[in-house]
Design a protein around this ligand. Structure first.
Ligand SMILES: Nc1ncnc2c1ncn2[C@@H]1O[C@H](COP(=O)(O)OP(=O)(O)O)[C@@H](O)[C@H]1O
Ligand SMILES: C[C@@](O)(CCOP(=O)(O)O)CC(=O)O
Ligand SMILES: [Mg+2]
Length: 385
């Protein structure tokens, strides 16, 4: 009995960080996915463990079911989701510690903790094997943590009683509205373990796909016929979302009034971005005008992200490089390195795009052109149920 789920990564067009503090943000899914397969062993397998294989980092973790029962004598499965208590988090952290994660990969510990908590909350101590692989760079601002939590939640729920599914369906299928909501809620609880204080935008756009406006937990799905092309540049500078979100909160505590103004400005920028994206496109001139406005708003948002203290020398290098070609750029996700977005206007020639990419790659960065606004989470059964 095996299920496979996939969940997309995302770009944030406007509003990262400020969205954690109640401002609006606009995000879109991208066509790079995290995949999770989940399988319950058959009696013939004689496997009494819960295991997690992380292919992207070539690591595998495994816990005998008896060890988990010993650590969690009072474990109860729960639907709908509730938050992981501090006490449970400590118990799970000790199970994760026992796996001796290499120091170089210590950032994975929170993801492994999220897996153990999501799985045991829904299936208790049932033996199972989960395998994860991703097309997303990890820890780079493209929402790998959310895609990981959404794909895990989807796979775990797809093998649970709380989801009614059509086993005869071949290939990828989508959940119903209620089930999507459940996947999103569980994934948000997983993101809390990885991020500390997530806004919920990343798991929401990974669950629902397309393009969304998100404010204080409320989702608005955006309808657009505007062709939007973004160059994504990965500075390859590693960073950690939890630490960056915490640093913005600390700055907010030190300068509450100034930061409130910054967040209000970001809120206006995001609302304007959403309005531009949604307004009907009539002709090339209208597209060019909209692109010019978007470009300016991206520059303004980047300035405010600098005010929040989440830019980085590598991001500034991308800004300077793209400015030579009069292109507008902003960081995406938590910043501090990671990925940067450059708006590529529709009428920009392919030769210029190639030159920009060559310049950025000379700096040691990695460029990619991802499809924007595709499907959200999907799942597929493998073999018989
Ligand atoms: N494919 C994956 N395999 C293992 N862990 C993952 C994977 N994707 C995400 N994670 C978890 O998410 C963390 C990165 O999340 P984060 O710092 O929020 O960056 P981002 O979400 O921008 O990629 C990793 O350190 C790890 O704990
Ligand atoms: C900085 C933030 O706005 C986005 C973080 O995205 P990522 O984990 O860097 O992909 C945090 C959040 O909204 O939870
Ligand atoms: Mg993340």
């Amino acid at each position: 009995m095996e299920v496979r789920a996939r969940a997309p990564g995302k770009i944030i067009l406007a509003g990262e960080h400020a969205v954690v503090h109640g401002s609006a943000a606009v995000a879109a899914s991208i066509d790079l996915y995290t995949y999770v397969s989940l399988r319950f062993p058959t009696p013939a397998d004689n496997d009494e463990t819960i295991s997690l294989q992380l292919k992207d980092v070539s690591l595998e973790f495994s816990w005998p079911v008896a060890r988990i029962k010993e650590a969690f004598p009072n474990l109860e499965t729960q639907i709908p989701p509730s938050s992981c208590s501090l006490e449970t988090l400590k118990l799970i952290a000790s199970l994760v510690d026992e796996q001796n994660i290499p120091e170089a990969n210590i950032g994975l510990a929170s993801g492994v903790t999220a897996f153990l908590w999501l799985f045991t909350s829904i299936h208790g101590c049932k033996p199972a094997k989960a395998v994860v692989n991703s097309e997303l760079p990890l820890g780079s601002g493209l929402g790998s943590s959310a895609a990981f939590c959404v794909a895990l939640s989807a796979a775990i729920l797809a093998l649970s009683d709380s989801v009614t599914v059509d086993f005869s369906h071949q290939g990828w299928q989508v959940f119903g509205e209620n089930e999507l909501e459940l996947v999103n809620k569980w994934a948000f609880e997983g993101e809390k373990i990885i991020h500390g204080k997530p806004s919920g935008i990343d798991n929401t756009v990974s669950t629902y796909g397309n393009m969304i406006k998100f404010k204080s937990g409320d989702l608005t799905r955006l309808k657009t016929n505007m062709p939007l092309k973004m160059l994504i540049t990965n500075t390859k500078v590693g960073r950690n979302t939890k630490a960056l979100v915490a640093s913005v909160s600390e700055r907010t505590l030190r300068h509450p009034t100034a930061m409130a103004s910054v967040f209000t400005a970001v809120d206006s920028i995001s609302s304007e971005v959403a309005a531009i994206i949604q307004s009907p496109v009539s002709d090339d001139l209208a597209i060019t005008e909209k692109e010019e406005k978007l470009a300016e708003l991206m520059e303004m948002n980047q300035g405010l992200l600098q005010c929040m203290g989440v830019s980085h020398a590598s991001i500034e290098t991308v800004l300077r490089t793209t400015l030579k070609y009069k292109l507008s750029t902003k960081l995406t996700g938590a910043g501090g390195g990671g990925c940067v977005l450059t708006l590529l206007p529709t009428l920009l020639s392919g030769t210029v795009v190639d030159k920009v990419i060559a310049d950025l790659e000379t700096c040691g960065f990695q460029c990619l052109l991802a499809g924007i606004g595709g499907n959200g989470v999907e799942f597929s059964y493998i073999g018989t149920y």
